[in-house]
Design a protein around this ligand. Structure first.
Ligand code: GH3
Ligand code: MG
Ligand code: MG
Ligand code: MG
Ligand code: MG
Length: 324
């Protein structure tokens, strides 16, 4: 890829180009102002972007000077990876500091000494190559990270865990409720379900923000989980701020007791939830309990809808309570 020489002194620019071509064997293109260089690079104007490996930039240019041009290049995606060597006269050594600050990698002083010019060009081109390799590695690493995340997500789906809370997800709930329903029907045993819904959670999100809302969901899930001791009980995240507990071989009395323990476990977390100028309010849950011995022809939806109705009663009666 060519080297771009930017110099308003056309004779000098041609001379420099000739040296780079003859001594170094490089391909060279010329621009006589910063604007012309920007067009050449596709940063400004309508010309398609040219691939440039290195820029030799005069400090003194009409219009936008070389230092400002370098600064703009370095802040543009098409220009930031192209090394810039500043061309300085003996009288503008003072601008070197500004040139490096603007992102130049090196400088050459007029009149040019062939050996030093070529050495600096070679070294800058090496730098460009290294940047390219590093960028490619970074990109590969990023791709790998994305692939890992996707694989992780697949794994989570396979294990049927909810992303946010780590408890069983809705899919696992559906699988388990069907299995337990069939089992209870076969064995003619009793099966209970508790539906749990966080009270006034929309307001909670509105007041404390979605992040705090998420962390509240995690804490509530952990508290609910800590109540359940039997290996066949399943706590799942049923939906947004709704949870469900499947209790095999558990009658109405037992399920109500567990529901009350679940209610208390959330209440004693004492997560502040103050709104409508009421102080000292806490995050609470409402619960609905359903119990039945499944009969031939019954579906799990029957159990779910009974629990939903009970939950609705708890909400209607003032929340933070259990209904059967
Ligand atoms: P109620 O006491 O009647 O249940 O009132 P509510 O506000 O809890 O009920 P509603 O169904 O109106 O609102 C539920 C809210 O839960 C709305 C939604 O913003 C929030 N929510 C659902 N899923 C998530 C989640 O994953 N993260 C967070 N932060 N909020 C969630
Ligand atoms: Mg000049
Ligand atoms: Mg809800
Ligand atoms: Mg609701
Ligand atoms: Mg709610």
């Amino acid at each position: 890829m060519p080297i771009l020489v930017v110099d308003d002194d056309e004779d000098l620019a041609h001379l420099l180009a000739l040296r780079l071509q003859l001594v170094g064997g490089y391909e060279v293109c010329l621009a006589h102002s910063a604007s012309a260089a920007f067009e050449r690079l596709g940063i400004q104007g309508t010309e398609a972007a040219a691939n440039i490996d290195l820029i030799l930039m005069d400090v003194e240019l009409p219009g936008i000077n070389g230092i400002e041009a370098c600064r703009r290049l370095k802040s543009h995606p098409l220009g930031q990876d192209i090394p810039v060597i500043m061309i300085t006269g003996h009288d503008d050594q003072g601008s070197l500091e500004a040139a490096f600050e603007a992102g130049a990698v090196d400088y050459v002083t007029k009149p040019f000494d062939n050996a030093s010019l070529m050495a600096r060009v070679r070294s800058a081109l090496r730098l460009k190559k290294e940047i390219g390799v590093r960028k490619q590695r970074e990109q590969e690493l990023l791709d790998l990270t994305y692939r890992l995340e996707a694989a992780n997500e697949q794994l989570r789906q396979l294990t049927s865990l909810d992303d946010l809370t780590g408890i069983a997800n809705r899919r696992q709930f559906e699988v388990t409720i069907h299995q337990e329903f069939q089992r209870a029907m076969r064995n003619k045993t009793v099966l209970s379900l508790i539906m749990i819904d966080i009270d006034n959670f929309k307001v909670y999100n509105d007041i404390y923000g979605h992040q705090t809302g998420d962390s509240c969901l995690r804490r509530v899930a952990a508290a609910l989980d800590s109540v359940l001791k039997r290996p066949n009980d399943l706590l799942a995240r049923y939906g947004g701020e709704e949870f469900a507990v499947i209790l095999p071989e558990t009658g109405s009395k037992g399920a109500s007791n567990i529901a009350e323990s679940l209610r208390q476990a959330v209440e004693i977390l004492k997560i502040p939830h103050s709104y409508a100028s009421q102080n000292n309010l806490r995050v609470t849950v409402s619960l609905g309990v359903a119990t039945l011995i499944p009969q031939r022809g019954d579906e799990p939806t029957k159990l779910i809808s009974i629990a939903d109705q009970a939950l609705y009663q708890s909400k209607h009666a003032g929340r933070n309570q259990v209904s059967v």
